[in-house]
Design a protein around this ligand. Structure first.
Ligand SMILES: *[C@@H]1O[C@H](CO)[C@@H](O)[C@H](O)[C@H]1NC(C)=O
Ligand SMILES: *[C@@H]1O[C@H](CO)[C@@H](O)[C@H](O)[C@H]1NC(C)=O
Ligand SMILES: *[C@@H]1O[C@H](CO)[C@@H](O)[C@H](O)[C@H]1NC(C)=O
Ligand SMILES: *[C@@H]1O[C@H](CO)[C@@H](O)[C@H](O)[C@H]1NC(C)=O
Ligand SMILES: *[C@@H]1O[C@H](CO)[C@@H](O)[C@H](O)[C@H]1NC(C)=O
Length: 242
């Protein structure tokens, strides 16, 4: 039993090493032009967790960032479809629109948030559908995976999403939703679990593209303790998905 387990671990390790070796070859040309899709009531940390890591990365590695939305108006985290006892939100200014997107976009990051429940996200979903074929990578955080699913780009793929919001996800049997995952990689699509998981997925992405040393350096600069195991997921159990 123990031998079988060690063999399984060895095979898994070899598989990982092999994947990394393969990827290293691809990454002689690392992606430079990043975009973040913004919609009303996006989740702040879904955007700023990954961007924090990438801001630090951009100090030593050439990166371009575009913030893409329907219009150039400020996009707010303010809840749209519910009343709250608060005036509590923050806004961010887009740099590009869906109809005038940045040229040569290579990585698109799609955040989640309460705004992904809105019924009028055809423009956002259409932008993901139209842009995906030109991308090197698509990364979703939290319920951003719902938008990618609606765009059809997760058809036949493994993906994950926010565990608390799981029961409310759009029923879409074309996606192999992985219940127990901090993040999931399927070909060039990275989907992460809820909110803070976007930081771990981004750091894992940085590790895959630029190597472990730089990913660790970024995490240490953030004084952030990474989860490096993609299957670490106490929230699947917490929300009854295991
Ligand atoms: C970054 O974006 C600017 C403006 O679009 C462009 O001129 C420049 O070539 C880009 N840098 C890289 C490294 O692609
Ligand atoms: C929120 O701001 C509006 C005006 O913008 C004000 O009428 C309202 O009282 C404020 N609510 C709270 C809870 O402060
Ligand atoms: C499921 O995915 C397809 C794309 O393959 C999309 O057209 C459809 O709207 C999705 N259904 C739901 C309920 O999200
Ligand atoms: C997708 O997930 C299944 C487990 O549900 C796994 O067996 C398979 O290898 C995964 N495929 C990819 C491409 O990661
Ligand atoms: C990753 O996490 C899973 C689930 O928590 C665990 O079973 C597995 O042993 C972990 N793998 C490593 C390499 O630590």
């Amino acid at each position: 039993m123990r031998l079988r387990k060690s063999l399984a671990v060895l095979v898994a390790t070899l598989a990982t090493t092999f994947t990394f070796a393969q990827c290293d070859d691809e990454h002689e040309d690392p992606p430079v032009n990043w975009g973040v899709l913004l919609f009303p009531t996006f989740e702040a940390l879904d955007v700023f967790g990954p961007l924090e890591a990438l801001n630090l990365l951009s100090l030593t590695v050439p990166l371009n960032l575009s913030l893409i939305s329907r219009t150039l108006d400020p996009v707010s985290t303010k809840p749209r479809a519910m009343t709250t006892p608060s005036n509590f939100s923050e806004s961010i200014l887009p740099t590009h629109t869906f109809s005038n997107p940045p040229p040569d976009l290579e990585v698109l990051l799609v955040p989640g948030g309460l705004g992904t429940r809105a019924p009028d996200l055809q423009a956002e979903v259409g932008f993901i559908r139209d842009t995906y074929p030109q991308l090197k990578y698509l990364i979703t955080v939290c319920t951003g995976a719902w938008l990618a699913a609606n765009a059809g780009v997760l058809d036949g793929r493994n993906a994950t999403t926010n565990k608390k919001a799981w029961a409310g996800r759009p029923v879409n049997n074309t996606v192999n939703w992985i219940t127990h995952a901090r993040w999931v990689v399927d070909d060039n699509i990275w989907t992460s679990s809820g909110i803070s998981a976007g930081i771990d997925a981004t750091l894992a992405f940085v590790e895959e593209i630029y190597g472990e040393e730089l990913a660790t350096d970024v995490a240490n600069s953030m004084e952030y303790e990474r989860h490096t195991n993609a299957t670490w997921d106490p929230f699947a159990e917490l929300y009854g998905l295991a």
